[in-house]
Design a protein around this ligand. Structure first.
Ligand SMILES: Nc1ncnc2c1ncn2[C@@H]1O[C@H](COP(=O)(O)OP(=O)(O)OP(=O)(O)O)[C@@H](O)[C@H]1O
Length: 699
């Protein structure tokens, strides 16, 4: 960017010198705007990367177009190409864009957009870019993405040029009609219209492909990145405990999609619209009609341009006034939709429990209440949209006749030809479309802002969870690997998410190589203590020392079975193919699941097919395969009868003789299967403390 800013500055200085010699106001403007652009480009090193791309494009275009203009001015431009010499207004326009990009980088919402959008373009992952007939290239992902955006921006600008050319065709074509000039009519139709219309169609086709590729790749990257960060460090659990971001599924799927589509649409379409606005404004400005200030002789040039500007600015303001409440309403609507989807998904997951309890009535009521919320907000949205649409539709209708009304006196007075009248009507339409871009897209702006909000709060929630995991804010439970034999709780005070203390512990050793049973009243915090030892409970403080380099596995009461085959469920969280068939069969036989060995590769909803006891035995088979150094069982065999539970514990101790085992359980028969005992005892302040006991002491 620094280098580019020097090139811009150099060109601006040359333009200023040339303007002194030639006295051209256009070149002077080019120089002045260039100086400002050089400053903006120099400072642009500090703006987010996504905006830098635009800044870079406009800086480069200024240098290219500006150099062309100056060459034409000092007579260095080839005479054969005189017709296509870039006018000073072109470079000036792109310079204004470059300055605008720098200025909007200070707007908070633009900063938020750019912060979410930038990482994809900065990514340095290697990848293959398949350019079809042009070959396959290895390049950084970010480079490919930037190249695609640059290509699309330049293509969009070229399309504005094409439509400008077609606008001039209208003038000549209609004049030929009015003058009944058949040769010019046919010449214009065949040599001008057909050629430019074909170029226009092809450019739109190329744009569609390039744009779709950019968007799907960008979305793929963002979804993978959010998944990585959301799942990393157990953040998904921390976020759900802290309640800092509801419905993460909606944020990763829906919001990412709409954010990308709209960021693309707003940034590129905006540039196209502003380019259109500037180029066609020049057309409107050059129409030879002017008004005089009433009561004076002062002539205001560019009457039709000013009339269009005031008209559209007024309409934009009114739209903003009517449409503003839509932003909050759209946000609310998305939230309610996500809650409804979540309620349906939960119903599907707990279908058996609901059917057994005949809970369908309660579920129906809950669903209809949740949907009722959608409907309520929908009507509020509808009412607001109706008001907005009434205005935008009337406005769009009026646009068709406004240019004719404005120019009628000049046309009937013979000041302008019919061709000019139609050209103005078409240019007015283009300027209007560009100006009313904001008006017509107000509704999508509202939902866009809602998506930006949700993605920003999601990113903040992930960052907060990351900070907790990394020992930053709120991570007061320090679990460190040390050269110790036993896992030792030095001090530990656990709280509920609302801050209420539940467990106090100090100087408690979980002996290595032994089987320890933890008992205590329901709700005394045994599972919470396990969660804290596993490093996923963030509320509280303390110090825990764990033996170095040892692997820990926790088996909860309700095991999680992932979607897919039984083999995948057994290997989870490892890949399905890390264990041989023989190892898997042996583990299944040991936990008495031999009858399922023939169905290893069957894909099913295993979490709903297997009995509770079978699911618990499957989890034990998982532990036998994974061979952890520490095995924590949180009522992990509670669904088995006492005899089977005893047999399974025997298998665990026989197959994992080196493992240290810590179990939570209520049954007294479990004591015979353990060597040590820890009991949760109630303190005077209502909290519980784990204390080592002898089996006899515990009674
Ligand atoms: N995410 C949470 N939010 C709020 N309260 C929680 C949360 N998780 C646990 N609790 C509360 O913490 C207390 C301890 O729960 P925990 O599951 O640790 O008890 P437990 O001793 O394992 O009980 P049980 O023997 O019944 O399984 C309970 O009162 C429970 O309601």
């Amino acid at each position: 960017m620094r280098l580019l800013s020097f090139a811009v500055a150099a060109l601006a200085v040359i333009a200023l010198v040339v303007s002194q010699q030639s006295g051209s106001a256009g070149i002077l403007g080019l120089g002045v705007v260039g100086v400002l652009l050089a400053f903006a480009t120099f400072r642009a090193t500090t703006i987010p990367f996504f905006l830098k791309i635009f800044s870079g494009i406009f800086g480069t275009e200024y240098v290219l177009f500006g150099a062309g203009t100056l060459m034409a001015q000092i007579g260095l431009w080839p005479t054969a190409w005189q017709a296509v010499a870039p006018p000073a207004s072109l470079a000036t326009t792109v310079a204004v864009f470059g300055i605008l990009i720098y200025l909007v980088s200070f707007v908070p919402v633009v900063q938020r957009i750019a912060r979410i959008a930038s990482p994809y373009f900065e990514s340095s992952e290697p990848q293959i870019a398949n350019l079809g007939p042009f070959g396959r290239y290895r390049m950084r992902l970010g480079t490919f993405a930037v190249a695609l955006v640059v290509f699309l921006i330049v293509l969009n600008q070229a399309q504005v040029g094409i439509s400008l050319r077609i606008n001039f065709f209208y003038r000549d074509f209609n004049n030929a009609l009015q003058e009944k000039n058949a040769p010019v009519f046919w010449e214009q139709l065949v040599n001008v219209f057909c050629v430019w219309a074909a170029i226009s169609v092809i450019s739109y086709l190329i744009e569609t492909v390039a744009q779709s590729v950019l968007l799907i790749r960008w979305r793929e990257w963002m979804a993978a990145e959010y998944n990585r960060r959301w799942l990393g460090n157990g953040n998904h659990y921390r976020i759900s405990l802290a309640g800092t971001a509801d419905n993460p599924d909606q944020r990763i799927s829906e919001d990412t999609r709409s954010f990308l589509n709209q960021t693309y649409s707003f940034s590129l379409t905006l540039i196209t619209q502003v380019s259109t606005l500037v180029s066609f404004s020049i057309v409107l400005w050059s129409i030879p009609v002017a008004i005089t200030v009433p009561g004076t002789d002062i002539v205001i040039p560019g009457f039709i341009f000013w009339a269009t500007l005031v008209y559209a600015a007024l309409a934009t303001w009114v739209t903003h006034l009517i449409g503003k409440p839509l932003i909050a309403l759209e946000f609310e609507q998305e939230r309610r939709e996500a809650n409804f989807r979540f309620a349906l998904a939960r119903l599907r997951e707990y279908s058996e429990q609901i059917a057994l309890m005949r809970g369908e009535g309660a579920e129906r009521r809950h669903l209809s209440e949740t949907f009722g919320g959608i409907v309520d907000n929908f009507y509020r949205l509808l009412w607001r949209k109706l008001k907005l649409t009434t205005f935008t539709l009337s406005y769009n209708q009026a646009n068709v006749v406004i240019p004719y009304v404005l120019l009628a006196p000049y046309y009937f007075g013979g000041q302008i030809a019919f061709g000019v009248l139609t050209q103005v009507a078409s240019a007015f339409g283009r300027v209007e479309t560009a100006m009313s871009f904001f008006i017509n897209s107000y509704q999508s702006i509202a939902s866009y802002l809602a998506s930006i909000n949700r993605l920003t709060t999601f990113e903040q929630a992930i960052a907060k969870a990351d900070a907790q995991a990394a020992g930053g804010e709120g991570a007061a439970i320090d679990i460190t690997e040390k050269p110790v034999k036993d896992a030792t709780i030095e001090t530990l005070a656990l709280n509920l998410p609302n801050g209420q203390p539940i467990v106090q512990a100090s100087d408690l050793a979980l002996p290595a190589g032994r089987a320890t049973l933890m008992i205590g009243p329901s709700g005394s915090g045994k599972s919470t203590l396990f969660r804290a030892l596993a490093g996923i409970w963030p509320f509280g403080e303390g110090k825990v020392a764990t033996p170095q380099g040892q692997r820990m596995l926790v088996l909860p009461q309700r095991p999680y079975l992932p979607q897919g085959s039984l083999r995948a469920a057994l290997a989870y969280p490892s890949e399905p193919d890390v264990f041989s068939d023989a190892e898997i069969h042996a583990a299944m036989e040991k936990v008495k699941l031999g009858h399922l060995t023939g169905r290893l590769d069957e894909v099913d909803l295993w979490g709903q097919r297997l009995s509770g006891g079978e699911q618990q035995r499957l989890a034990v088979a998982r532990a036998l395969l994974a061979k952890p150094d520490w095995l924590f069982l949180d009522e992990a065999t509670a669904s088995l009868d006492e005899k089977l539970e005893g047999e399974i514990y025997e298998v665990i101790r026989r197959e994992l003789p080196q493992a240290s085992i810590v179990s939570i359980g209520h049954r007294s028969t479990l004591r015979a299967m353990h060597d040590e005992l820890i009991a949760m005892e109630k303190n005077a302040d209502g909290t519980f403390s784990p204390r080592a006991k002898s089996m006899a002491e515990a009674g």
